[in-house]
Structures are given as structure tokens and as C-alpha cells.
Design a protein around this ligand. Structure first.
Ligand code: SF4
Length: 1001
């Protein structure tokens, strides 16, 4: 069903205002009639009205259970107007969020807002529009015709509100089009002399305390443990005495200690004394921004902060101007009949690119809801996702955000990164001493010597992802595409031959090796359509057991050029399609092996809630046909590596020659190409070759303590990929203990390492402090370093006995109706401000389906991960802003969500968060538990409970309750909670009464 929405507004007062929500929605009609009606009546009412003034159209449609509308949206979305006025400023995408941001309501006003606020927001934003700088007004005048052409519904209203431009030179279409071409007017970065290596002066404990006190100022809230933390962590900033033995500090700081400022104090001193950079690594993008915010105390001047504190993420997070140009040009060349609505988000991106701090598309100053509002794939298309950067051969190189960020980081005092980036960089740098080839290069971010791992309890997980290997259809096809470019269709993907054209002109000898590389890739890696063939082969094998597979359908969009279809190759090497295809043969054999070994043969069938059962099996013992196919694939991969090696050597030789006659641009081009050939192709191929060798040389008996865990895993294709119907199958190799490569890569280059978190140690009952530390050291990998770490533990300053309560509910069964009723009753007694944590998405959706309406009727909005059309970060922003709302989520909401104050006063876990019983866990509990696999499960579960409990109290005046709806939760896990927390096992009704007395007294 679709609403009749054809619009052209002269005034926003012509539109009804709508705040849609579960329970009663608020509508004001253009005649001024005020309606509070149930969501079920909103659709019928809107059908009789013009398209509404609203906030977040796609989320509203979802709430109304209406299908998505293509661009241009017929309604007036205030978020689009906000983007026009404040293109690089985040705001919570709700009426309260906008009203607070624009200071239209007091910060403590929690009453439900009515739709009249939307008119005030619109008027305020239009007033602000009139106050923009002369330059911005001139730019907007140039961009408006494009927005009109694209059918933007705000066009006429904005045009009327916009003051006349000061320099009224005649506009022509060329100037208007140029206004979109942001890459032509961005500032250019300039090269600086390389930074000399950092010094080795240490930071002593007194200095660290003094610096902390100076940073906090006289009026700071006293935090007794913070100065001790700053003092203790200064150890990580003492010079190391012996090679390969970094000084490691393990510092557990209970919630509320103030650990970020605590480590900034010694780290900033070290950076100043030694003219070096300290790398702070954390787990999520959101936490990276939080740390940057804390650095405001150290660098109150924004210009200085921009210079000395730099956020670094993977390249795929940043705007690639070449991709933006590519998409913009394609859309501009479309005729009006083909539709130009895709230009609307590009106008906002052009405005954002002019205002952004660093071009970060994912979690930076581009609002997190941008992708939800327009087209989720757009941001991926304009980021450097495909790894096709051509470095100094790019016409936008000197303006490139990524290159600028890399250079800023090389001269910063603080680089704020994430664990994934830090580990991949450390792995690269650790290879250097062994690689004596000419032109070997350090990571583009340099070789840091001082690291702080904040949220350090995530190190094992981060290391597991960073050092695992996977050979799958998608991975292999991705590499083929990276080398060959798109093959047919409309995709813009450029292959190596096109990307290296300029290099071949200067180094003609490259061409032969490149052509060999292309031929070997065509022969060896899966051809387009591989997933359909894989699927059909499986279906043919298993038919007639299964008739219909109900696999995910294609998702396409007509808005933007299709990024994954294929085009006719422009290469001068034409594929001679071989009869057999080593990679596809191998994938089919993996499929057969998995079917033979899984307990229950089943097709990948979408479950009731759109999810798929996990399908995996052990690789070992390996049947002969699989080994034979592995040999075929191994040969094919080696045939790719041989010319690839030659290409890299050509480039390295050319780079070496540069030392005699340097040409900076060419040198940068060579360096960038060598790094990407290594990273995107060679290291991947070498990893796969090592995996295949292990299959071929399989020992007769498996070692009693394996180094790796090998398994096969099948899954549907990601729904975001525009590919044929089919599935993917993967061979996985994980380190049994991923902290071994973590220690191996860091210990050679690192001089000082601080690992900190609120939850480093397990709180196992009946264990002394030393045992807890020893277990933490094994888990975090510091036991693999040569030098034992120093340890420090700072207690949380919070009074948990008075600020919290914990309940284990004894009479709520696993029946979905009973579970949903329990959630509803708990959320109601708390009057919102509750976070529900689930261990299965299916159950989360079920509870949401049952309780969102009744909660809405009581003015308690319910949001949910996997249900609402918003990213996790946006959902958390909404939850934080709407203090009476509730949020349902899974693991990502359990760790690292920081919602202080009233907005979070209850955490409800639906079940005990046991580890998932998969093959990887089976092997780790067997081999890493010291013969006590049950204790290993308990440890993981207690750590998760600690993390979940940690969400509850973030400030000294917070109060909160923690509830587990699982009567079977063993008492031995209760030690996860901080000392003093009153814990009770109660039936639900008694617990509700107790909670009511505690929270509402
Ligand atoms: S230098 Fe690379 S990442 Fe930057 S704009 Fe050019 S192609 Fe994109």
C-alpha cells in the first residue's frame, strides 16, 4: 500500500505535521485540527491529506508498515532541511532531538511532544538559513536548481526563505553543475618533512598526577582512583631496556574511575617530551569519537586539537572524491526521463564535504542517519570500499581526505584508532624486519611505539578477526573483481590494467606480467554467476529431498548506478573460458563435505523471522576428493602469485631507483600501489595457499594441541549484495589462541603498551586476586610477551549497594507470550529508560512485535535493533535523547553503550548470555580451559554479564536495576556483579513491587 503523495509546497504550513509513534500519533492538519490517533488510523487519515511535514520519512513509513518510497520523497522531511542548514552536525532524528538541538525546549522537558513542534522547528531552520554566510548563500543559490530538477519537495519553500546572493552574477547551468563538484574547490594538503623518530624520555608518576590535576582544573568532581590510575599507567611510558620486550601495563579501572583522562595525562606528557605519537585504540567508531571529545580538555583550541589529535580508521570509512565524481557525473548525464532524484543526497554530500572535519562518512560528522534517509548503499559507493585507490595518479590526490588524514596522523600527538586498524598495521610492520626486498615499506601510518588499548577486554575478539583466514566464494570473487574490474553490466569497477595505465607508460615492462596476472586470475578465480552455479549444483544433488530454497531475493535500486553489475571488459586480454574452474570446483566440494557432515541435512531456508540456521562442520578428517580439488586450486592460486610477485618486484625496483633521482609524486604512486597489491591481493593469496597446503599435507593424526581451528561454514549471500540467487560457502582458519599472533606482531615494534578496561579480570568465586590476573593475562595475550606486565586495579567509586538492585526472576518461562508480558511489565514499572538485551534476533523481534503497541499507548516508545530503520549509533542517540523510551538490542548494545542518567535505569537480559556452542568455541573450551571446559564457559558468561551490568551506572547519581529473566542462571555466575549489589531471586510480581519501590520512591 502506498500513500498518494504528489507534492509541491509553497509553505510548510500547507502540509499536515505528523509525529508517528506506537500508541497515539500526533497530527495537525493544514486547517489546524489537532489529532491524537492510534497508529492504525494514521494511514487512513494521511490518505485524505497532502504529504506531511515529518522527521525521518523512511523510519516513519516503516512504523506505518508502508513500503519504502523512492526518491524524491513527497513529504517534507525536517532532517533534509537540517542537512541543508547544518550539513556536518549530528542530531538525534526525533522531534525531541531536533527541538533540543535547536534549543526550542528546555533540556529537562520530558513531556510527549505534539506535532506543532514540527512547524516551530521548520521555521527556526528557515530563519537560520537566512543567517548563513554570504558564501554559503551563494552556493545554495547555485545548488537549488539541481534540487528542483531532482524534485526535492522543500525546493520552493527554501528558495523563498533564502536571502538574495550578494554577488548576483548571472547563473548558467555550467556554474550550477560546478557547485556540485566539490572536489574542485576543497583545500589541498601540503607535504611536510618526515618526522624524526620519537625520543625515549620517561614520564614519572608525580608528573602524571600533576598533569592530570592541571587538565581537570580546580572545580573538577573528585575521583579518588583517577590520580592513582594516571600514576600507575605512566609505566607504559618508560623506555624499554631490552629489544622485543615492551613495558606492558594492565590496568583495570572500575566504571566511573575516569580512565580516559587518567591515561591522557601521562600519554600527553610523553608525546610532548619525545615529539612522538601515542596511539589510542578502542573497539568502536563511536568510542573513537568519545575519546576525541575528552581531548578537548587537553586541546581546548579546536584548530590545535585538529592538528594534534587525529582519528584514524580504515580507508573504507572515508569519502573517496574520485568515486563521488564518478557517481555525480553518471547522474548528471542522466536525462530527466531517466530520473535525477539521486542528485538530492549528492547535493547534501557536496555541502557536507565542504564543512567536514575529516571526510569520515561512518560515525564522523556526517549524521549517522544519512544513509538510512536516502539509500543505504550510497555511502558504500562513495567510500573507498573496493580498494581501488590510484593514489598520486588520482586527480584529487592533493585534496583527498584519506591522504590528508594519514599525513596529519604522522605529525599528531594522539592518534585515535580502533583495534582492527591497529592490528592490521602492526601485522604489516612486524613483517618488515624479515622482508629484505628492496623498496619494503612501513605501514602508511608509520611504526608507532606506544599504544593504549582502551576497552582492552575486546583484544581477543579483535585479534580473532584480524588474524583469521577465510576462503569463500565472495572473497575469491572480490579478488577477481579487484584484479579484472567489472565483467559486463553497468558497474564502475576498474581493473588493475586501467588503474595502472600510468605506471605502464613509465614502466612498459610491467605490461607482460600484468597480462599474465589477468589471465591467471580469469582461469583461477570464480567467474560471475558462481553463486547460482553453486546453488544449482547443490539443488541438483539434493533434489528431490528439497524443492524450494526460499533464498534471499535480489535487492536493486534504480536511484544510483548499479555498483555490482558488470560491464564489458575493456582489457586487451580476452578470457578463454576454461571447462573446469578450480575455485568453483573446490567450493562445490566444500558444499558436499558440509552436507555430508552436518547433523541434519537442510537447505538454507529463511526462518519465520527472516533468519537462517547456522550451518558449519569440521574440515578434518579430509576426504580424498576434497584434497584433490584443493590441489587444483593451489596450483591455480600459485599461478596468480607468480606474475603478481613479478609486478611487485618491478615496482620495488623502480622505487629503489627513485632514491637516486627522486620524483615525489611517482614515488608516492609506487608506494601506494605496492601496499595495495600486498594488502588486497598477495597477503590474501598467500593465506589461502597456506590453508590449502594444510589440507593437502594433512597429518594422519591431529596434534593434541592444534594451532588452528579449520571449519567449513555456509551462509546466504548478504542481502545488500546485488547478486544472483545463491549461497556462499567458506573454508575458515582461526588461530586457536588468536593472542599468539597479537603478541607476535606487537612485541618487536612496541616499546610501551597499556591495556585498560573496566572488566579485565573475571570475578570468579573462590579465587584469589592473583588467579584472576593470571587468567586475564592468558586471555589478553600478555602471557605471550617476554616481559611480564605490571598490574593495577582501581575500584569503581560508585556505591553499588545503594545505587543498584539485581533480580533473577524465578517464574518467567521461555514461552514467547510470557516473556513478552514480563518485558512489558518491567518496562512499564520503570516508565521507560530500559534496555532489553537478547541472545537471539528472532526472540528480540518477537518481543518487539508483541509489546510495542501497548507500551506506546503508555507513552513509552520502544526502539529495536534489527527492526527500526536506523544504525545502532543512531538508535543509541535516540534512546539517550528520548528519556522515556526503551531499546531492544543484542551483543552490540551490551558492550560499550554509554547512556548516563535517567535515560538508562533498567537493563533486562532475556537469558543467561552463554557462549554460542559452535566449532570454534568447542575447540577453545577444550584446549584453552586447562581441562575445565565448564569454567571456560562460565568465564565468558560472567564477562558478558559484567559488561551488561556496566551499562547501568555511569554517574555517581545514577540508580538502576538489572534483571535476568532466566530462573536457571547458576548462582556461581552472580559474582559477575560488583561487590555490594543486592541480588534477589524473586517471582515477577514481587520483583515488580520491589523495583517500583526502589526506582520510583
Ligand atoms: S587518492 Fe584514492 S581515495 Fe583519494 S580520492 Fe583519489 S582515488 Fe579516492
Amino acid at each position: 500500500m502506498s500513500l498518494d503523495m504528489s507534492s509541491l509546497f509553497r509553505s510548510f504550513f500547507d502540509a499536515p505535521a505528523l509525529i508517528a509513534r506506537h500508541g497515539l500519533s500526533s497530527i495537525i492538519t493544514p486547517d489546524g485540527e489537532v489529532l491524537d490517533i492510534p497508529l492504525s488510523e494514521v494511514r487512513d487519515t494521511l490518505r485524505q491529506l497532502p504529504p506531511p511535514l515529518l522527521i525521518h520519512g523512511p523510519a516513519t513509513l516503516r512504523l506505518l508498515e508502508l513500503p519504502p518510497e523512492p526518491l524524491p520523497a513527497p513529504w517534507l522531511d525536517l532532517l533534509e532541511l537540517f542537512l541543508l542548514v547544518h550539513p556536518a552536525r549530528n542530531v538525534t532524528p526525533t522531534a525531541r532531538g531536533l527541538a533540543l538541538e535547536l534549543k526550542l525546549i528546555p533540556p529537562d522537558d520530558a513531556t510527549p511532544l505534539q506535532a506543532d513542534i514540527l512547524y516551530k522547528i521548520a521555521q527556526h531552520l528557515l530563519d537560520e538559513l537566512a543567517e548563513q554566510s554570504a558564501q554559503k548563500i551563494a552556493t545554495l543559490h547555485l545548488l537549488l536548481p539541481t534540487l528542483r530538477q531532482a524534485g526535492w519537495s522543500w525546493h520552493d519553500i527554501v528558495k523563498d526563505a533564502l536571502p538574495a546572493a550578494k554577488n548576483t552574477t548571472q547563473h548558467n547551468r555550467a556554474k550550477e553543475v560546478d557547485a556540485l563538484k566539490i572536489w574542485k574547490r576543497l583545500p589541498q594538503w601540503e607535504e611536510r618533512a618526515p618526522r624524526p623518530p620519537a625520543g625515549s624520555h620517561s614520564v614519572n608518576q608525580q608528573e602524571a598526577r600533576k598533569r592530570l590535576s592541571a587538565l581537570l582544573g580546580k572545580d573538577a568532581e573528585p575521583r579518588p582512583g583517577q590520580a592513582d590510575f594516571a600514576s600507575a599507567t605512566s609505566y607504559a611510558f618508560t623506555p624499554r631496556d631490552v629489544a622485543n620486550t615492551p613495558n606492558i601495563m594492565l590496568a583495570e579501572a572500575g566504571t566511573g574511575t575516569g580512565k580516559t583522562m587518567g591515561y591522557i595525562a601521562p600519554a600527553s606528557l610523553w608525546a610532548e617530551k619525545n615529539d612522538g605519537a601515542v596511539w589510542v585504540s578502542t573497539y568502536t567508531r563511536h568510542l573513537q569519537r568519545q575519546i576525541e571529545q575528552e581531548l578537548t580538555r587537553l586541546y581546548p583550541d579546536p584548530t590545535k586539537r585538529h592538528e594534534l589529535a587525529v582519528i584514524r580508521k580504515g580507508r573504507e570509512n572515508y569519502l573517496c572524491l574520485l568515486n563521488l565524481e564518478d557517481i555525480t557525473t553518471t547522474l548528471l548525464n542522466r536525462s530527466p526521463q531517466q530520473g535525477q532524484s539521486g542528485l538530492i543526497p549528492l547535493v547534501f554530500l557536496a555541502l557536507w564535504a565542504e564543512a567536514t572535519e575529516d571526510g569520515d562518512l561512518m560515525g564522523g560528522d556526517l549524521p549517522g542517519w544519512f544513509g538510512d534517509l536516502f539509500q543505504s548503499g550510497l555511502l558504500n559507493m562513495i567510500a573507498d570500499r573496493r580498494g581501488e585507490c590510484i593514489h598520486s595518479a588520482c586527480p584529487h590526490y592533493q585534496s583527498c581526505f584519506i591522504e590528508h588524514g594519514i599525513r596529519r596522523a604522522q605529525h599528531a600527538q594522539f592518534v585515535i584508532a580502533n583495534h582492527a586498524l591497529v592490528l592490521s598495521q602492526a601485522a604489516w610492520n612486524a613483517m618488515l624486519p624479515q622482508d629484505t626486498a628492496p623498496g619494503n615499506l612501513p605501514d602508511e601510518n608509520g611504526v608507532p611505539t606506544r599504544y593504549i588499548f582502551d576497552e582492552g577486554h575486546h583484544i581477543p575478539d579483535a585479534a580473532d578477526s584480524a588474524f583469521s583466514l577465510v576462503f569463500s566464494g565472495l572473497e575469491a570473487a572480490d579478488l577477481r573483481r579487484w584484479i579484472l574490474g567489472a565483467e559486463g553490466g553497468r558497474s564502475r569497477a576498474r581493473g588493475l590494467l586501467r588503474r595502472m595505465e600510468d605506471l605502464m607508460e613509465r614502466l612498459p615492462s610491467l605490461k607482460e606480467s600484468l597480462q599474465e596476472l589477468i589471465y591467471a586470475t580469469q582461469k583461477g578465480l570464480p567467474r560471475p554467476g558462481w553463486s547460482s552455479r553453486l546453488h544449482e549444483a547443490r539443488q541438483a544433488r539434493l533434489t528431490p529431498q528439497f524443492e524450494d530454497t526460499n533464498l534471499p531475493e535480489e535487492e536493486t535500486s534504480a536511484l544510483l548506478p548499479d555498483d555490482t553489475d558488470e560491464e564489458t571488459p575493456s582489457l586487451d586480454v580476452i578470457e578463454q573460458t576454461p571447462l573446469t574452474q578450480p575455485a568453483e570446483d573446490f567450493l562445490q566440494m566444500l558444499d558436499m563435505h558440509l552436507d555430508a557432515r552436518i547433523a541434519e541435512l537442510q537447505m538454507l531456508t529463511r526462518g519465520e523471522h527472516g533468519h537462517y540456521p547456522r550451518q558449519e562442520c569440521d574440515l578434518h578428517p579430509i576426504p580424498t576428493p576434497l584434497r584433490d580439488r584443493a590441489e587444483g586450486l593451489l596450483t591455480a592460486l600459485q599461478d596468480i602469485v607468480t606474475p603478481l610477485d613479478r609486478v611487485i618486484k618491478h615496482l620495488q625496483n623502480a622505487l629503489e631507483e627513485q632514491e637516486e633521482e627522486p620524483d615525489t609524486a611517482f614515488q608516492q604512486r609506487l608506494e601506494g600501489t605496492i601496499r595495495s597489491l600486498h594488502r588486497r591481493a598477495l597477503s590474501r593469496l598467500q593465506g589461502w595457499i597456506n590453508m590449502l597446503r594444510a589440507i593437502i599435507d594433512q597429518p594422519i593424526a591431529q596434534p593434541s594441541l592444534p594451532t588452528y581451528v579449520d571449519f567449513i561454514h555456509r551462509e546466504p549471500l548478504p542481502s545488500t549484495r546485488v547478486l544472483q540467487k545463491g549461497h556462499d560457502i567458506a573454508l575458515n582458519r582461526h588461530w586457536l589462541d588468536p593472542t599468539i599472533p597479537f603478541a607476535g606482531t606487537l612485541q618487536s615494534t612496541t616499546h610501551g603498551l597499556l591495556i585498560t578496561s573496566a572488566t579485565l579480570r573475571d570475578r570468579s568465586p573462590n579465587e584469589d586476586g592473583d588467579t584472576g590476573w593470571e587468567k586475564a593475562e592468558r586471555r589478553l595475550g600478555t602471557a605471550h610477551f617476554l616481559n611480564p606486565p605490571m598490574r593495577a586495579a582501581l575500584m569503581s567509586p560508585f556505591d553499588y549497594a545503594h545505587q543498584t538492585r539485581a533480580y533473577i526472576i524465578t517464574d518467567v518461562s521461555r514461552n514467547p507470550t510470557i516473556q513478552a508480558q514480563a518485558f512489558q511489565a518491567l518496562f512499564e514499572v520503570a516508565h521507560g529508560g530500559a534496555l532489553g538485551l537478547f541472545t537471539a534476533i528472532r526472540r528480540l523481534k518477537e518481543v518487539h512485535r508483541r509489546i510495542h503497541e501497548p507500551l506506546g499507548m503508555k507513552h513509552i516508545p520502544l526502539y529495536a535493533q534489527h527492526v527500526d530503520a536506523m544504525t545502532n549509533a543512531t538508535l543509541v542517540d535516540v534512546f539517550r535523547t528520548e528519556t522515556n523510551s526503551c531499546l531492544l538490542g543484542t551483543d552490540a548494545m551490551r558492550d560499550g553503550v554509554d547512556v548516563p542518567g535517567e535515560a538508562l535505569r533498567m537493563v533486562v537480559m532475556e537469558r543467561t548470555p552463554w557462549p554460542r556452542p559452535d566449532i570454534l568455541h568447542r575447540e577453545r573450551r577444550r584446549h584453552l580451559s586447562g581441562g575445565r571446559p565448564g569454567d571456560y564457559d562460565d568465564l565468558i558468561t560472567r564477562m558478558r554479564l559484567q559488561q551488561a551490568f556496566g551499562r547501568l551506572i555511569r554517574r555517581a547519581d545514577d540508580r538502576g536495576v538489572f534483571i535476568i529473566l532466566d530462573s536457571r542462571m547458576p548462582s556461581r555466575l552472580l559474582s559477575a556483579f560488583p561487590d555490594g549489589v543486592p541480588i534477589q531471586r524473586l517471582p515477577l510480581t514481587e520483583a515488580l513491587a520491589d523495583i517500583d519501590g526502589f526506582l520510583n520512591r
